[in-house]
Design a protein around this ligand. Structure first.
Ligand code: IMP
Ligand code: MG
Length: 184
């Protein structure tokens, strides 16, 4: 099943070092405030679990699951909620934990939805940001890596639900398997 894998883009040590750095930054910024980290399932699950272990302050976690709507070849920006948060976030300091920002449409939608619940503050932690998103000014307060316009898998990220268990980030090289196809 690994024949579609391309090269390793970010190895496990590089991931661990970056996650440790992000955890320290969050711990410093949120000391004394007990933030709620909201992970977006399923892609952000692995990042989230490593990130909270690297964040040595009192905190809470929650998860939501969303999926892009419609048969567009690109993320449509219309997002369906598959699982909502367990608890209200009003007056809480919320950090939205995302696996990857590509067009940024998913993130923009979720962010808007959370903002309407009146949290005390709202920031984004994204493991990966694709160059076009960074170029469009879409960014995250806590960002792991900016990556080129390649479809990547591993460390939580999937292609047709597989490869999430890889402990590193790799490209998927087959030209048939580009991001728009995977988003259908
Ligand atoms: P966006 O709305 O275009 O930012 O895309 C959001 C979602 O598409 C992400 O949360 C991922 O689930 C998926 N996605 C985008 N690019 C990739 C990729 O390179 N690998 C795996 N999933 C991706
Ligand atoms: Mg996916």
């Amino acid at each position: 099943m690994n024949e579609q894998l391309g090269e390793v883009l970010i190895g496990r040590e590089e991931l661990a070092a970056k996650v440790a750095e992000l955890g320290q930054a969050i711990a410093r910024d949120y000391a004394g405030r007990v933030p709620v980290l909201v992970g977006v399932l399923k892609g952000a699950a692995m990042f989230m679990m490593d990130l909270i272990r690297a964040t040595p302050i009192p905190l809470e976690i929650d998860f939501m699951a969303v999926s892009s709507y419609g048969a567009a070849t690109e993320s449509s920006g219309v997002v369906r909620i598959l699982k909502d948060l367990d608890a209200p976030i009003v007056d809480r300091h919320v950090i939205l934990v995302e696996d990857i920002i590509d067009s940024g449409m998913t993130m923009a939608y979720v962010l808007d939805m959370l903002r309407r619940r009146n949290p005390a503050s709202l920031r984004i932690a994204a493991l990966l940001v694709k160059e076009r998103a960074a170029a469009a000014g879409l960014n995250a307060h806590y960002r792991g890596f900016t990556i080129p316009e390649r479809f990547v898998v591993g460390y939580g990220l999937d292609f047709q639900e597989q490869y999430r268990n890889l402990p590193y980030i790799a490209t998927l090289d087959n030209s048939e398997h580009t991001a728009p196809v995977a988003l259908i």
